[in-house]
Design a protein around this ligand. Structure first.
Ligand code: IPM
Ligand code: MG
Length: 352
């Protein structure tokens, strides 16, 4: 199989962790007889410093013409003072999501058995393990509603729009994902307060009844969900939720697994095209030190193989290699060890 992958490493630890993921993909290509062409482009603050734009036309075009996108992270203190719309988070990340039509954000959170001890939760709460998937709507809601300030500057308004079509398509992604897992979906909302949440409930229930009646569905308020995630995390299989709730709950879900340095994500379009990135940020405090954990990015590359290229055996090979390396005891600093980013990447390459 021949595929073009746009590689946008971005800022902070982005280049270090993406470098290791590219080595892993290269190893997979060699072992399984594929050809991956890596089209490397600047994005985020790194692009701003060169072109005065966090998402240059050339970078967007490369992403649009690729078969998939591998992203590191964007942003950092150096660019925090840019006006809102020009900031790396908004101009690069949110624009990429919108322009590429990536409405479905899949964030799996699981405890790798060798890392059980890293979870801050008590053993009896972790139980048989935590293995859940946050399906976050990514191109709607308050992130993309109107943001305005009154003329006198004393009041502000952020709108949170959702259409039936946007809810239907993300609900289908959640139900389809659940079928590959334990077949349970929890729709998380704030239907006791928000009209958008009431629409979510109606639409999700209808999609369920019409198309996925075999899947277990329940609804939960977001404040309760935040509590249940630390109280009884194994009750969740698939969490289906809108953009901002998904942002918040996925950080919480990552933390209960032990390290945010382990969690991959995919942002998908209906046709399977996707952008893959770790859920952690650019970590400017440790950037350039070579101590970042590349596993979230390596696991994101595995998600790319599975979701965009339908290369399941290759994705399994990466995940199994990560499992073996962890079982062998190698740990980066976030996991309490002292392996470097490159050592961890090399160990995974060797284990494939
Ligand atoms: C994420 C991040 C982004 C988001 C930020 C950087 C805009 O927190 O991908 O979860 O809120 O979506
Ligand atoms: Mg976030």
């Amino acid at each position: 199989m021949k595929k073009k992958i746009a590689v946008i490493a971005g800022d902070g630890i982005g280049p270090e962790i993406v470098g290791e993921a590219v080595k892993v993909l290269t190893k997979i290509a060699g072992r399984f007889g594929h050809e991956f062409l890596f089209d490397e482009k600047l994005v985020g603050g790194a692009a701003y410093d060169v072109f005065g734009d966090c998402l240059p036309e050339d970078t967007l075009a490369a992403c649009q013409s690729a078969d998939a996108v591998l992203l590191g992270a964007v942003g950092g203190p150096k660019w925090d003072s840019l006006p809102g719309p020009q900031r790396p988070e908004k101009r690069a990340l949110l624009t990429l999501r919108k322009e590429l039509g990536l409405f479905a954000n899949l964030r799996p959170a699981k405890v790798w058995s060798p890392l059980r001890g890293a979870s801050p939760l008590k053993d009896e709460i972790v139980g048989d393990g935590i293995d859940l998937l946050v399906v976050r709507e990514l191109t709607g809601g308050v992130y993309f509603g109107e943001h305005t300030r009154s003329e006198d500057g004393l009041s502000a308004l952020d709108k949170m729009p959702y259409s039936t079509m946007e809810i239907e398509r993300i609900a289908r992604v959640a139900f389809e994902s659940a079928r590959q897992r334990s077949n349970r979906v929890t729709c998380v909302d704030k239907a006791n307060v928000l009209e958008t949440s009431r629409l979510w409930r109606e639409v999700v229930q209808r999609v369920h009844d019409d198309e996925y009646a075999q899947t277990e569905l329940d609804f939960m308020y977001v404040d309760n969900a935040a509590m249940q995630l630390v109280r009884a995390p194994s009750r969740f299989d698939v969490i289906l939720t809108e953009n901002m709730f998904g942002d918040i709950l996925s950080d919480e879900a990552s933390q209960i697994t032990g390290s945010i340095g382990m969690l991959p994500s995919s942002s998908l379009r209906a046709d399977g095209f996707g952008m893959y990135e770790p859920i952690h940020g650019s970590a400017p405090d440790i950037a350039g030190k070579g101590i970042a954990n590349p596993l979230a990015t390596i696991l994101s590359a595995a998600m790319m193989l599975r979701h965009s290229f339908r290369l399941d055996a290759e994705a399994d090979a990466i995940e199994a290699a990560v499992g073996r390396v962890l079982a062998g005891g190698m740990r980066t600093m976030d996991l309490g060890g002292n392996a470097s980013c490159m050592e961890m990447g090399a160990a995974v390459v060797d284990a494939i």
